[in-house]
Design a binder for this molecule. Structure first.
Ligand SMILES: [Fe+2]
Length: 225
């Protein structure tokens, strides 16, 4: 039995690998990445991921290139949040949490505007990229919104997902601010700083809501019942 399962696995491995190779969307990019010494798996992943082609083709030749990539990635992340947050606010049970999410939605629209300003300050072109990390974070959040359950437990899960997102953004804006500072882009540095402060405040507010009685307002009792 065990042997049969192992044989089956072996057979599957042999079948899957050629298929994976045949499914490479951007053949030219895949070959170029392999020539640079990248593993087949990584080259295939990059070639198949939407939006990443501009990143690879442009290349990273200077700190300015790195900063511009960060800006594009953040712009994609923030736009995905603008689209996702209304559903999150609607799903929140606690009025305090709902209000905090709606306020952050407004702030997030401002974050997109600041990034557009930064694009101008840095003289960037209009090319875009897709923040795949945010796609994953939003997808996980949407999964839990679809779950049935205790309203307080769901609010706690919303806060957990929102704080993962905030911490991701805090890390990204911290890096962008530092890079802008190192490159003497003072105006861009200031704009990153303003957004970073708002992201940090949003994160702290979520902790305050969670520890201000929300977790003790029913979920424990319901779990014991
Ligand atoms: Fe933001």
């Amino acid at each position: 039995m065990r042997r049969a399962a192992r044989d089956h696995e072996h057979e599957r491995t042999e079948v899957v690998l050629p298929n994976k190779r045949a499914n490479v969307k951007n053949e030219k990019q895949y070959e170029a990445l392999k020539e640079k010494g990248m593993s087949k798996e990584r080259a295939a992943r990059i070639s198949n991921s939407s939006g990443s082609s501009s990143r690879v083709q442009m290349g990273l030749h200077s700190l300015d290139d790195v900063l511009q990539e960060q800006v594009k990635d953040l712009e994609s992340a923030e736009k995905q949040l603008v689209a996702a947050l209304p559903k999150v606010a609607e799903a929140a049970h606690s009025p305090e949490l709902k209000e905090a999410i709606n306020e952050h939605l407004e702030e997030t629209r401002g974050h997109v505007q600041r990034l557009e300003e930064v694009r101008g300050l840095l003289g960037m072109d209009r090319s875009v990229t897709t923040c795949q990390a945010m796609q994953g974070l939003v997808a996980e959040g949407e999964e839990l919104l679809a779950d049935e359950g205790d309203p307080v437990a769901k609010d706690a899960a919303i806060i957990a997902a929102a704080q993962r997102i905030e911490h991701y953004e805090i890390a990204a804006y911290g890096t962008a601010r530092t890079l802008a500072g190192e490159l003497d882009h003072r105006d861009a540095e200031k704009l990153f700083s303003e957004t970073l402060d708002e992201e940090s405040a949003a994160d702290k507010l979520l902790t305050k809501i969670a520890t201000g009685g929300l977790f003790k307002s029913g979920v424990n009792k319901a779990a014991k019942a």
